[in-house]
Each structure stands twice: as structure tokens, then as C-alpha cells.
Design a binder for this molecule. Structure first.
Ligand SMILES: Nc1ncnc2c1ncn2[C@@H]1O[C@H](COP(=O)(O)OP(=O)(O)OP(=O)(O)O)[C@@H](O)[C@H]1O
Ligand SMILES: [Mg+2]
Length: 151
């Protein structure tokens, strides 16, 4: 099982899309293991998006992600990292197919509604930035055997 960090970004929160995003991840079969509502500090934003430091869009990215509250969540399941990225769509909403979150709700790459970890090392690092280990809940659902075959 993998764990991935998902953010409902400030535009997603402002536009009332928190529930819309949660329902898509829940409906697919992923399991929520952590959730908090917070406004990211500049320091947290810089750590989270450290890989983009120096790029022309970086100052705007930090201003955007700290501009209002976000929902930070950890979701768990087989192939959670890559499949959550597929549910989100492409970085550019204009390249995202209808049916994906960005393809259904966004237009501008600077206002693309959600974040999902890109790979396992990012997921581990990002989850640790937002959550202490005791803030994540290890649990199982009765329905898990109907979602995961265990293979
Ligand atoms: N060319 C660009 N112009 C403006 N903003 C950009 C550009 N590329 C990326 N961004 C912004 O920076 C964020 C991080 O870029 P990244 O390449 O990591 O895309 P992503 O992994 O799809 O998005 P995220 O990390 O937020 O999930 C994007 O979500 C977007 O808001
Ligand atoms: Mg990214």
C-alpha cells in the first residue's frame, strides 16, 4: 500500500470544492488516514515546493499556496501515488481530460485546485512536512476486501 499527500489548494477551498475532491478519492476506493485544515506559512510553502525554487513562476506559486487555507490529507491504497495523480489530471488544466479534477474544474495552471505527491520519495517527505506520525490513523475498513485483492 502507498500513501500520498493531497492538498485542496486555496482556490479549491474558496470555490467550495473540498467535498468534490474528497468524494472522488473516497469513491475510487482510497482510504483517508489523515486530514487537517490550515493556512500554509511561507516556510512550509518553500519546503513543500523547494524543487521549483529559482523558476520564474516560483514567487507566484508561493504567494498562491499561502494565500488562504488549504486542506491537507493523506490517502492510502494500492498505487495511491500514481492513481491520485491520474484522478487530478495534468499540471496544466488545459491539458487535463474531462473527468479529471483539473479537467472538470480548472483552466489556469496557476489555479489548478489540487496537489498530489509525484513519487514515493516526495510522498514521504511531504507527508512528514504536514503530519506528525501520531496524526495519521492506521485503520482498516470492512469493505477493503472488496476494493483491494491483497495481491
Ligand atoms: N509553467 C508554469 N507556470 C506557472 N505555474 C506553474 C508552471 N508549472 C507549474 N506551475 C505551478 O507550480 C505547481 C507545481 O508544479 P509541478 O511541476 O510540481 O506540477 P504538479 O506536480 O502537477 O503540481 P503540484 O505539485 O501542485 O501537485 C503547479 O501545480 C502549478 O500551480
Ligand atoms: Mg508537483
Amino acid at each position: 500500500m502507498e500513501r500520498t499527500l493531497v492538498l485542496v489548494k486555496p482556490d479549491g477551498v474558496q470555490r467550495g470544492l473540498i467535498g468534490e475532491i474528497i468524494i472522488r478519492l473516497e469513491r475510487r476506493g482510497f482510504r483517508l488516514v489523515g486530514m487537517k485544515f490550515l493556512q500554509m506559512s511561507e516556510g512550509l510553502a518553500q519546503k513543500h515546493y523547494g524543487e521549483h525554487e529559482g523558476k520564474d513562476f516560483y514567487p507566484g506559486l508561493i504567494a498562491y499556496i499561502t494565500s488562504g487555507p488549504v486542506v491537507a490529507m493523506v490517502w492510502e491504497g494500492d498505487q495511491a501515488i500514481s492513481l491520485v495523480r491520474k484522478i487530478m489530471g495534468e499540471t496544466k488544466p488545459s491539458a487535463s481530460p474531462p473527468g479529471s479534477i483539473r479537467g472538470d474544474f480548472a483552466i489556469d495552471v496557476r489555479r489548478n485546485i489540487v496537489h498530489g505527491s509525484a513519487k514515493e520519495s516526495d510522498a514521504d517527505r511531504e507527508i512528514n512536512l504536514f503530519f506528525r506520525p501520531d496524526e495519521l490513523v492506521n485503520w482498516s475498513r470492512d469493505v477493503d476486501r472488496w476494493v483491494f485483492s491483497g495481491e
